[in-house]
Write a protein that binds this ligand. Structure first.
Ligand code: ADP
Ligand code: GLC
Length: 478
């Protein structure tokens, strides 16, 4: 089967969060199952620094309202995946991947160019698998604009929703001016969402299959409270809507072969390695240890991740003599609040604002607990990575976090407790979880018992990739 993934980011070229991990790891797992996989993504400025052979494939014009923009397509092969990068200096030769006033127009260009780029692949794909709002309009483009192009006739489409909070809300004129789509799609309600044009909604309507990244999040999206406004349209597509749990890349996330950490380890050497990796982590942040637990977090700093709760809780952790280390970037106001916290606890609180792969690995290996009290979490990779490193995640029971943690509630039972979880999104809920964490930490034997259960969990991609493959087959048989 020939599969073309289309997404705004993918490893090893560009990553801001889990989307990049998933597009790459899923593609690799599909390639390992003998499928022919391509990934189409933007050619961001930062990619120019990477050491990969890029070959020019071809170029064409895209009409963007009154302007004409040129799309150049480059090809690179990594791990048996064919990458096709869409280049345009005006839209993508910028410092950051996202966060510009014209992101709507930038990714409209990307979606239009990526659809056309399908004809530049070695062969037309059987499946076009689009991810999130930046690519979600593509099934609509295929149906409405390419319907009399025989090369597109057999293509089936799948949309994966990684983050329903980003709906691709655009002004109505985008439909006609940029996408060359009929205006009546808006009046018919096919692309209209809360008075605007939403690319994500259009993807839900037009894709053959829709998925999200965990079974629990799928159920949440079908409810009024957890649906983020999408419950009605998803209800309409219920029979074609699935939740498949993400995996993690065991090549990158393996404490036994991790070159970023000072002491590599497996389950039997966890205890001694934890102490050495923790000492190294604290040294990196220039911190002092007073004998309490070390809480770590690696995260985009945004409301989705429960960062307001983390800020409150960190203060309480620090006032009790624990350590708190953070790696993240995002909303400026949150970044500043963490800087203030560091100035108040300079020898126990470590804050690194930015993106840093090596430090992320050190936090996963060197912390005792990993904080992830998300307001919502479609899947979450960080909690699975933490478990893989024998670091206990403290999560709120939502989405993929609920699917991956068996919470310790004061007793170790045969259920296989492997983390700590709380229910209610408020500081009382997180306080309860921290109380459980401290209890576990005081009894080191119990702590390591639970940590070792966590380390042994299997989140390899193979079984999830098999589920996607079944859905592709289902789409093709429609
Ligand atoms: P999301 O995609 O919502 O951000 P996930 O848990 O699915 O959350 O994935 C986050 C991924 O991004 C993890 O691999 C995490 O280690 C990584 N990550 C997040 N922030 C940073 C950062 N500042 N530096 C390095 N890695 C980061
Ligand atoms: C999104 C979600 C996260 C998920 C990731 C990869 O960024 O916020 O929960 O793990 O996508 O699917």
């Amino acid at each position: 089967m020939k599969v073309a993934m289309i997404a705004s980011e993918a490893l090893p070229f560009a990553k801001s969060g889990g989307l990049a991990d998933v597009v790459y790891s899923l593609s690799r797992a599909l390639a390992a199952k003998k499928q022919n996989v391509s990934i189409i993504m933007p050619y961001y400025q930062q990619i120019e620094n990477k050491q990969y052979d890029m070959n020019y494939v071809g170029e064409f014009d895209i009409k963007m309202s009154w302007r004409v923009q040129r799309a150049r397509i480059y090809h690179a092969q990594v791990d048996r995946i064919d990458y096709y990068l869409v280049s345009n200096d005006y839209y993508f030769r910028r410092e950051k991947m996202y966060g510009y006033m014209d992101d709507g127009e930038r990714f409209a260009f990307f979606a239009l160019a990526a659809t056309e780029a399908l004809t530049y692949l070695d062969a037309m794909p059987d499946i076009v698998h689009v991810h999130d709002w930046q690519a979600a309009i593509i099934p609509t483009l295929i149906h409405e604009n390419y319907y009399n192009d025989a090369r597109f006739a057999k293509i089936k489409t799948i949309l994966t929703i990684h983050n329903p909070a980003f709906k691709g809300m655009l002004d109505r004129y985008f439909l006609t001016d940029f996408f060359n789509l009929p205006d009546y799609l808006y009046d018919m309600g096919k692309v209209r969402f809360e008075g605007m044009f939403s690319t994500l909604k259009s993807g839900i309507i037009y894709s053959d299959i829709i998925t999200t990244v965990s079974p629990t999040h799928k159920e949440e999206l079908l409810t009024r409270e957890g649906g983020q406004g999408l419950d009605t349209v998803l209800e309409y597509r219920r029979l074609d809507f699935y939740g498949i749990l993400n995996g993690i890349d065991y090549g990158e996330w393996n404490p036994l072969h991790d070159h970023y950490i000072v002491k590599r380890y497996n389950v039997s050497s966890l205890e001694s390695a934890k102490h050495l990796n923790q000492a190294d982590l604290l040294r990196c942040y220039n911190l002092h240890w007073y004998g309490g637990p070390v809480y770590g977090i690696v995260s985009r700093l945004t409301w989705q991740k429960g960062i307001d709760l983390v800020l409150d809780e960190a203060r309480s952790i620090l006032s009790k003599g624990g350590n708190f280390v953070l790696l993240g970037s995002g909303e400026r106001e949150l970044e500043q609040k963490f800087e203030v916290l560091r100035s108040q606890y300079p020898d126990t609180c470590g804050i690194y604002i930015g993106y840093n792969d090596q430090l992320a690995h050190k936090i996963y290996a060197g912390s005792d607990f990993f904080l992830m009290p998300s307001l919502f979490e479609p899947c979450g990779l960080s909690q699975m990575i933490a478990q893989r490193y024998g670091t206990l995640p403290i999560v709120r029971k939502t989405g993929g976090l609920a699917d991956t943690i068996v919470p310790y509630d004061g007793r170790i039972t045969s259920l296989g407790e492997d983390g700590i979880a709380f229910e209610d999104y408020n500081i009382g809920g997180l306080d309860y979880a921290i109380y459980r964490a401290e209890e576990l930490y005081r009894n080191q034997e119990n702590y390591y018992r639970v940590a070792k259960v966590a380390m042994k969990k299997n989140y390899s991609w193979s079984s999830s990739a098999g589920k996607y493959l079944k859905l592709y087959q289902k789409a093709l048989s429609k």
